[in-house]
Design a binder for this molecule. Sequence first.
Ligand SMILES: *Cc1c(COP(=O)(O)O)cnc(C)c1O
Length: 401
Amino acid sequence: MNDFPARAVVDLGAVRGNVRALAAHAPTAQVMAVVKADAYGHGLVPAALAAVEGGATWLGTAQIPEALHLRRVGVTGVRILAWLYAPGAPLREAVEADLDLSVASRWALHDVVAAAREAGRTARVHLKVDTGLGRNGLVPAELPDVLAAALAAEAEGVLRVVGLWSHLAFADDPGHPVVRRQAAVFAQSVAAVEAAGARLEVRHLANSAATLTAPDLHWDLVRPGVAVYGLSPVPQVGGPERYGLVPAMTLEAQLATVKPVPAGSGVSYGHEYVVPHDTVLGVVPLGYADGIPRHASGTADRWGGPLQVGGRRLGIAGRVCMDQVVVDLGPGAAEVAGDRVVLWGDGRDGGPTAQDWAEAAGTISYEIVTRLGARVPRDYVDTERGDLSVTALTTVVGGAA
Ligand SMILES: *Cc1c(COP(=O)(O)O)cnc(C)c1O
């Protein structure tokens, strides 16, 4: 193992296979793999490369620096869209790095035009419409004006309006009427923008949930994020296996301490859990500093977030601490310090998943993997091509240039 007694093992073969599966769900669209937030905690560069190998022709990031980092390590030959920035963002660098940029407000258009002039290059712009999410984007009423300004800049050669796009508020609830309402507003916006003379290369609306459940919303490009990492965006409809996806991340740790305690012993802060009989406790060296949600603490009569130890499905005893959690291994348990504990993985052997943790903490699986702490090392394997050492990975990164 590593110096750190826990690690996230990320299967790049799973990422590649998930992108292939998503492409098969959306055969008429291109796939943009969303790799924001360190690829939902999986590691930006390795995940991005695996996604491209799986057939993604676009990558998507929220922040511009995430996209610039990909270019800096040699991820070229693939389009990268960055969509969230504030005044003062490195737009000139973005244009020089051949990124695609979202424009979601008037000031953004103004600043992208200025950046493109400074760079002496044509910026590629995707106008974002707020069709009803109520977040970022031009409201339909301001679209004509901003479009006119963008097309004027296009006539000068300063930019190209290559895309029109939007984001859904209820994609994870496939029958919800707001999905249809947003889809209609988007279709009207596309028609208006094209009638005004824009020659759009890509019109895009679908996140993971819409990619998997709403084929009529695929348009020219789908933007899956969480499904790239093998997690279901619609767990109430079906798990990853239903969609041909495999969770890519396994979080495992080594037991730091194993010790027998007598019945009646209190466990962890506040003694929320009191062992009902003589038992053996194990200390797992991961806590909320590492992204283990404190909301998944155990209570007096119920274990918290699930753990697998020696093939047994157990759970957190008592409160989640900053650096550690405790597990009741049961009377006579044979484990010793150093033994492996799995917190979440692909679940195919009946082990716990990020979705199980989401349910234990009252959140979504996205948050479970994305909040995995920076101090937990990420190790990479490739179940399609055999193990990939860290050295081999460096070669892959270099080779992508
Ligand atoms: C994060 C994000 C996505 C991906 O969403 P998933 O639900 O993870 O598939 C797509 N588009 C935008 C604008 C996003 O912010």
